[in-house]
Unconditional design. Sequence first.
Length: 330
Amino acid sequence: MDLPCTVSIIGTGSYVPEKVLTNHDLAKLVETSDEWIHSRTGMRERHIAAADQATSDLASEAATAALADAGIEADELDLLIVATLSPDMFFPSTACFVQEKIGAKNAFCYDLGAACSGFLYALDTAKNQIASGAVKTALVIGAEKMSSFIDWEDRGTCILFGDGAGAAVLQAGGEGRGIMQSAMGSDGSLADLLWTPGGGTRNPISHEMIDQRQHYLKMQGREVFKHAVVRMAEAVTEALGKNGVSSGDIKCFIPHQANIRIIDAIAKRLGIVGRVYTNVEKYANTSSAALAIALDEAARDGTIQKGDLVAMTVFGGGFTWGANVLEWSK
Ligand code: UT7
């Protein structure tokens, strides 16, 4: 059932750290090549945070840009959610560190854990908080310092990820339909295909755990690939149906930026080739930040304009996946 109130994105922002790591740089670290990485993933380079930059620092830069775009002050925020799988610390939440950095002193703040799907899940959560009347203005951020959790000796994963952050400010009102209903799903039976098995309560920090490199991200890439294509394509179809929108009505599809071959396979399945936004070549997979950065770039470069319908889709560890549709009203 549709909640009565329209909720719109009134500003977006994003940030990637200065340092660029190219495929050629990676070829000096592990046995790989620019040709292999580009042909298998579409990636050319990724940005890597400085040693003294934590996830909340990246998130705060994106948040500041989004607030400026929205034309509001940080103390006008009632809710601040950070979607991340690479928090500054286990606790307190990265969102509380961001609150302090940007001065969002009137917001309540928490992190949301849905791996790479986090930004879309957080958008849906914030939208429903606003639509229910509980809060007026929310800031949703996807932010990751993946480089801290990557095994730089594993060529199967270290080539795939980058650091960055993206943010969106949400408010009730706006012309058009705003953020519409989402279609989301999860399958915990497949958790071991993409996870960081060490460092939590299942496998606590110990010398042995670290010697076994269990504190780094592990992935069975081929399996993840197959599920990502199927789930994202299904989720988009379900979200379009829920909102009474046809694929032909969508001006721009923004998928999770994990691999250009995944994106191309989804585009073919859905018949949307030519209307798909990608930036995976520049940033690689920034997990929960990827969709947020792509949305901000698509808005700023004029790919999406007032009145356009946009469909977004995500997939990540858990497994988690989802899609939503929104009418751009800025
Ligand atoms: O955010 C959501 C999570 N992530 C994803 O959605 C990623 C999903 N998976 C993928 O994008 C792809 O599966 C990868 C890019 C990770 C791998 O591509 P693939 O075409 O599935 O390759 P593969 O894993 O089947 O490996 C093919 C070969 C293997 O060699 P053998 O066994 O055929 O001799 C690998 O050892 O390529 C080898 N390989 C590499 N070679 C050069 C694996 N990584 C590399 C590398 N450079 N970096």
